[in-house]
Design a protein around this ligand. Structure first.
Ligand SMILES: NC(=O)c1ccc[n+]([C@@H]2O[C@H](COP(=O)([O-])OP(=O)(O)OC[C@H]3O[C@@H](n4cnc5c(N)ncnc54)[C@H](O)[C@@H]3O)[C@@H](O)[C@H]2O)c1
Length: 314
């Protein structure tokens, strides 16, 4: 069996399923100088894909194209077997249906050179449940992007029960080399990290709308003119580190801990044990990396102003 190319030697990427996400991946990989071979069974897929890539190209050009990047490096194949034949890496972005993913991943596994990593864009299925019909499940993995994949940096990488550890490492290295921000997860959690967080908020939003407690507009403004402005800079944990003033997250948890344990939400809340409190403090200290509260406040404020200006809200 031929050996797998190194993550920084990937030249040709096959994208199977090129709708919103797969098409976004195609645009991203083209802009980063890769040769891309796309396949999608829909009759209008070619036209949709070319439109999506053309629409994304100005933004990608503004950010900066890699040497040799060109839309001419895109080939669209009409059959899966040809599409994956010369691939160094494969990204699957077909509809979110477990049966469809199980069959498609098995078909890709049958057709692709045996050493090539096969990654799925799934938003929530674990690879353990999708790799069940693959002959070589060890090379299948989740690489979960965010819409649009050509602008949002994050990819969550997580293997299934039968994914080989070196495939997890290779895939994380590949996405990093391709310019992505990578979270490599050791545990297969439904929805991964970011979607679990998004879904928690989404669940609350739906409760409030259903109960007539908030409008859709109020919920969106609550985020875009509220906490959402802080999240591009610090994320929810370090944001609360600053909510505790000079006492940081420790003071914040001591102050609000009792009310956190009361039913603020309609969800079952986690018991705030001393261990959890200490883990949160330690995590924020690690993230702060020696920066004082005042330095973090200044960093946050500079960032919020820059985002406001960038969004035309000043
Ligand atoms: N939309 C998002 O925000 C988002 C974000 C992250 C991950 N994802 C995941 O990406 C995947 C694709 O979602 P999407 O939003 O791009 O959906 P989409 O409907 O826009 O695109 C799906 C594409 O798959 C094609 N397709 C249909 N049957 C197929 C098959 N058997 N084999 C290959 N392709 C087939 C369709 O023609 C279509 O072009 C899903 O797994 C989804 O969970 C979506």
């Amino acid at each position: 069996m031929a050996s797998r190319v190194a993550p920084d030697e990937v030249r040709t990427i096959a994208c199977a399923g090129v709708g919103v996400i797969g098409g976004g991946w195609v645009a991203y990989f083209l802009a980063h100088g890769y040769r891309v071979v796309a396949w999608d069974p829909a009759p209008d897929a070619d036209e949709r894909l070319r439109r999506l890539v053309d629409n994304a190209w100005p933004a990608l050009t503004e950010i900066g194209l890699a040497d040799g990047a060109s839309r001419d490096n895109l080939t669209i194949e009409s059959d899966l077997v040809t599409a994956v034949a010369d691939a160094d890496f494969i990204q699957e972005s077909a509809p979110e249906s477990l049966d469809l993913k199980i069959k498609l991943l098995a078909d890709i596994d049958d057709a692709a050179p045996p050493q090539v990593v096969v990654s799925s864009s799934t938003s929530g299925y674990g690879m353990s449940e999708m790799q069940v019909s693959c002959v070589r499940p060890e090379r299948t993995i989740v690489g979960h992007p965010f819409n649009p994949p050509y602008l949002i940096p994050l990819v969550e990488v997580v293997g299934g029960d039968r994914t080989a550890p070196d495939v997890v490492e290779w895939t994380s290295d590949f996405f990093r080399h391709a310019g992505k921000s990578v979270i490599t997860m050791d545990h297969e959690v439904p929805g991964f990290i970011a979607n679990r967080l998004q879904e928690a908020m989404w669940r609350e939003a739906l409760h409030m709308v259903a109960a007539g407690e908030a409008t859709v507009e109020q919920i969106d403004v609550a985020i875009t003119d509220g906490p959402g402005l802080r999240w591009p800079i610090h994320g929810p944990c370090l944001t609360f580190h600053l909510a505790g003033g000079q006492g940081g997250i420790g003071h914040m948890l001591d102050h609000f801990g009792p009310s956190l344990e009361s039913p603020w939400t309609r969800l079952v809340s986690t018991e705030l044990t001393p261990q959890l409190r200490d883990a949160m403090v330690a995590g924020c200290d690690r993230e702060a990396d020696g920066r004082t509260i005042d330095e973090l406040v200044a960093e946050r404020d500079r960032g919020v102003i820059a985002v406001l200006r960038a969004l035309g809200r000043l």
